[in-house]
Design a protein around this ligand. Structure first.
Ligand code: ZN
Length: 302
């Protein structure tokens, strides 16, 4: 959670305030328009991180200074790596180009983002893993396969994906994009920024159930049960139950793994999805849990 000190993207402030300030102060987080953010920052230690902490010493190539940052989960695009190695005959393929991380962090010294040098020991571990082709690291903050955003785009650092989404928002402001940005911050270990994004998402579309729910989950952990209940009350109860069951079964490079979550949030409209890709039918069929009059009759006869 120490990344709070590392600030935020000036683009976020510009998009939210619509002010043509040439350079917003990236450390003045309190200047971001938000109802709950300050409360979240005060209670930040009570909020359970969605991704295990993974502090690594990185060197900022922009200012040359080193710092320890929570880089979150590390993904390695192993298929693309081997493909390129084959194609380029093992020369000119640099491992770090295939590494992606989920943690949201910016340089504490110059506030720039996305221009990092990984430490030698870290690169050594990555190389060893590749040589052994081991998947034992899966549970230790490593993921084999690429990370993609909802639209299939891939970005090396969370801050790269953030800039991409903010550009999309600048062209066409949309509650879904703010929701995706909120998820990015949330998974990146920045619930206070996630709060800002989720709030903006529901400001634009008060029926944005995913944002209400995620905001509610953050508030809930701070002991703000009433505020949380009001948020979560915007989401049908059966969806909340399913969320608990399927939580974090989403595999970043497997689009199909996101379908159950999409179904949950779509409610009745999930029937618009082809039957073949629906996975929650068994949970949504009320006739399975409530006997029809015909069934009752049969039972009586016995
Ligand atoms: Zn720097």
């Amino acid at each position: 959670m120490k990344n709070v000190a590392a600030g935020f993207s000036p683009s976020l402030m510009l998009v939210l305030t619509n002010e043509s300030q040439p350079e917003p102060n990236p450390t003045d987080i309190a200047a971001l328009p938000s109802q709950y953010m300050r409360k979240v920052i005060r209670n930040i230690d009570r909020i359970r991180p969605l991704t295990a902490e993974n502090f690594k010493m990185l060197r900022c190539n922009h200012c040359g200074r080193k710092g320890k940052y929570d880089i979150g989960m590390i993904a390695f695009d192993i298929d693309r790596y081997y493909k390129d190695v084959k194609r380029k005959q093992k020369s000119g393929v640099s491992i770090d180009e295939y590494i992606q991380t989920t943690g949201y962090f910016r340089c504490r010294h110059c506030h720039s983002a996305g221009n990092w040098e990984f430490p030698t020991d870290f690169m050594f571990v990555m190389t060893t893993m590749l040589l052994m082709r081991t998947v034992k690291m899966e549970n230790q903050g490593f993921h084999f396969g690429p990370l993609s955003l909802f639209d299939g785009s891939r970005h090396r650092f969370a801050t790269d994906a953030e800039e991409y989404l903010l550009k999309k928002i600048q062209t066409q402001e949309d509650s879904l994009h703010w929701n995706k940005l909120g998820n990015l911050y949330n998974k990146g270990g920045r619930p206070e920024l996630a709060t800002v994004a989720f709030e903006q998402s529901v400001r634009l579309d008060p029926t944005q159930a995913e944002s209400h729910f995620s905001l509610g989950q953050i508030l809930d952990q701070m002991g703000e049960f009433e505020m949380a209940a009001a948020r979560e009350g915007e989401v049908p109860v059966n969806i909340q139950e399913e969320e608990a069951r399927v939580e974090l079964d989403m595999i970043p490079d497997k689009v199909e793994s996101f379908f159950p979550v999409a179904e949950m949030y779509m409610g009745e409209r999930r029937k618009e999805m082809p039957r073949g890709i629906r996975t929650l039918d068994k949970y949504f069929k009320p006739e399975l849990s409530y006997p029809t009059p015909m069934n009752k009759k049969k039972k009586k006869r016995k």
